[in-house]
Design a protein around this ligand. Sequence first.
Ligand code: FCB
Length: 463
Amino acid sequence: MQENQYISLSPTTVVQANTFSKEAFGKDFAWGIAMAAFQNEGAWDKDGKGESIWDKFSHKKNKIKDQQNAKIACDFYHRFEEDILLAKSLNFNTFRFSIAWTRILPHGTGKVNQAGLEFYHQVIDCCLENGLEPYVTLYHWDLPQNLEDKGGWTNRDIIDWFSDYCEVVTREFAAKVKYWLVLNEPAGFTGLGYMTGYHAPGRLGMRNFLPAVHHVAMCQAEGGRIIRRNVPEAVIGTTFSCSFIEPFTDNENDKRAAKRIDALLNRLFLEPTLGLGYPVHELPFLQNMIKKYVHAGDMEKLAFDFDFIGVQNYFKLVVKSAFWIPYLKALEVKPKTRKIDNVTDLGWEVSPDGMYNILKQFGEYKDIKQIMVTENGAAFKDELIEGKINDSERIAFYQSYLQHILKAKQEGVNINGYLAWTLTDNFEWTEGYKPRFGLVHIDFKTQQRIVKESGRWFEEFLR
Ligand code: FCB
C-alpha cells in the first residue's frame, strides 16, 4: 500500500493503512478474549456449586428467548482446555474469564467449596502453561441466589458478603493471578437487574435500583482494596459498559438530554471511584434519592485507585429530550428511526466512531491511569457452509473498531490492551443462544467448535 493511503472500512478516515498492524499498538499491548462463567461454563449444579440468580431466573418461564437456559452452555467446565488451546492457536496472549461466586461459596457466604477452587486452579494453570495471561473478573452478574433471597445488592450487608468472597478468592489465587477485575459492567447489572427487571433477579424500580447502585459502588472500591492487600503485585481494574451519547439534534434540550444519559450510563460508577462522587449535577434526582442509603464516611470509601479502567463498548446511542419520561426526560432514537441499517443481529449500531469518542472522553479524566478495552465484538447471523463460516461482517467490524482504537491511542489516550467478546458463541443472557458473538462457532447439539474466518483473521493479524 502507498504512503498516506487509508483503509476505508469505516465511515470516517482513521489511521494510515501502513500503520494498521499489531505492532502499531505497541509491543506490550495485551491481546485477548473475554468470557464469563455463567455464559460459558454450564455444569450449573456440578461438584457442589450453588444456585445463582441467573440459574433461577433462566429456569423460569418466559424470561429467556425460546425458553433456553445455560445448564450446559458451552460446557466450558469440561472443555476449558480445548477452549484455552483455541485462544492460543489464534495467537492471543490474554484470557479473561470470571469466577462463579456460587462455585466457591455455594450459599454466598460460609463454607468454601474446595471443588470450585480446584476448577479455577485448573483453568488458571492451563492458561499459564499455554502462555496466556489470566485476567480474573470477580463478579460477572451471577450473584448467589441465597444472597438475593436476603435482598441481594439492595441489602447493605452485601458489602460484607462480597468482601468475604473476595478474601477467599484473592488469597487462594494470589500466587498465580496478577491481573484482576472487580466487577463487570455495574451500570448494566443494576439497571437491567434492579431497575427494568429485564435481567436477573428481575427486580424493578428506583427503590431497588438506588440501593443496589450504592452498594455495588461500595463493593467496587472495597474489592479493589482487598485485592491490593492480598495480592502484592496485582494490577487491578474494573470494567464499565460505555456508550458514546450523541444528541439527536443541536437543540439545547437534546444536548441536555444527552448529558443526562451520559451521566447515567457512563459516569455513575466511574466517577465515585475517582473520588468525584455521583454525577448529581446532571442527575439532580439522584442527590436526594440516594442519600438515604449513604452512611457517614461512605463517600470517601467509594474511591479506589484502580491501575486500569476497563472500557466495554459495542455501540453508540443517539438520544433526544422527552419530558414525559420520568427522571431522565430523555429517549433513545433508534437506528431504524434514523434510517441506519448498519446494525448487528441485536440491532446495535455499528459505530466505530462511538468507540473512538468514548475512549477520548475517558482519556480526559486525569486520574484514569490506563485504559483497557475489556470487551468489544458483534453478533451476526453466521452461516455454516461446507464446514466454514465466512463472517466477513464481523471481520469488518473488528477492523474498523480496532482502527478507531488505534487512532485514539495515537492521539494520546493511554490504551494498553484489547479483549474481543468473545472466543466461542455462548449464552447471551435473555437473548439465549441466537446472537452469536464468537470467533469460534459452536454447534450446541454436539459442542463441536469451528473457527470462523474472523478467528482466522485474528490469527493472522496477531501472528
Ligand atoms: C456485555 C456483557 C457480556 C456480553 C456482551 C455481549 O454487556 O458484559 O457478558 O453479554 O455484552
